[in-house]
Design a protein around this ligand. Structure first.
Ligand code: DC
Length: 224
């Protein structure tokens, strides 16, 4: 491969975007970037520091004090917020409840998109999120748009959180998913939408190996 390849994966909450993105990155030896984790880290910082979301000056100042990067340790990708590993904390429900509100703020999006585009210059990448194929990398080599039945997504997220030892209830997860989908698709700033040239991948009834094969088939068609 003689040029940097960009694979953009967008879609609804808990559709398995990061599972597919990680598997692809591993298989192809590409860099994986979880853009949702970046919005979650910003949310954590804003909550910890009680940032007034209505005050754009304070929001911008806060963003200037946030440094996010990804580090690899024992085959795991860690997200670092100002040097602190926040990978576990950003997955908790109190972050999930606020992240769609904070990621709808124009200044927050501007800064995250800038950082994501910069990360995209470091090599071939797989990035997943909500606006990757539409805003961050409109010229991506492959755009996948993932979707799945909300009930199946809820069950998957429930099992994942329970597996991590979190105390959660399934109705709360269903509500959080549907609320986030609503907020993410209806917000003013770069809402979640399917790029015109995106390929839809509904994984309600297929497993991880099948979705990986689906994506790899499309990657083989990329004109390198
Ligand atoms: O992928 P995730 O569920 O971890 O993302 C958390 C939230 O971040 C999601 O509800 C919306 C927001 N997000 C976004 O607005 N744009 C992205 N590119 C990625 C995530």
């Amino acid at each position: 491969m003689n040029k940097n390849i960009v694979i953009a994966i967008d879609g609804y909450s808990s559709c398995g975007k990061s599972t597919l993105a990680k598997a692809l990155a591993k298989k192809l030896n590409f860099i994986y970037i979880d853009s949702g984790a970046m919005y979650r880290a910003v949310t954590l910082y804003f909550l910890r520091n009680n940032i007034d979301l209505e005050n754009s000056k304070l929001v911008k100042e806060a963003l200037n004090n946030i440094h996010i990067d990804f580090q690899t340790l024992n085959n795991q990708t860690l997200i670092m917020l100002n040097g602190e590993d926040v990978s576990k904390e950003i997955r908790q429900m109190h972050i999930a409840e606020k992240v769609s509100t904070i990621s709808a703020i124009k200044e927050v999006r501007f800064e995250m998109v800038r950082q994501q585009q910069r990360m995209g210059k470091s090599g071939s990448i797989v990035m997943d999120g909500r606006d990757i194929g539409t805003v961050v990398f409109p010229n991506a080599d492959l755009k996948l748009f993932m979707t799945a039945d909300p009930k199946i997504r809820t069950e998957r997220r429930y099992n994942e959180l329970i597996g991590k030892g979190e105390q959660v209830n399934i109705e709360e997860i269903f509500e959080n998913l549907t609320k986030r989908d609503f907020q993410d698709t209806t917000r003013k700033e770069s809402p979640l939408l399917q790029a015109q040239d995106a390929i839809v991948l509904d994984n309600s009834t297929i497993d991880e190996a099948q979705q990986l094969e689906f994506a790899l088939e499309h990657i083989r068609l990329i004109d390198k």
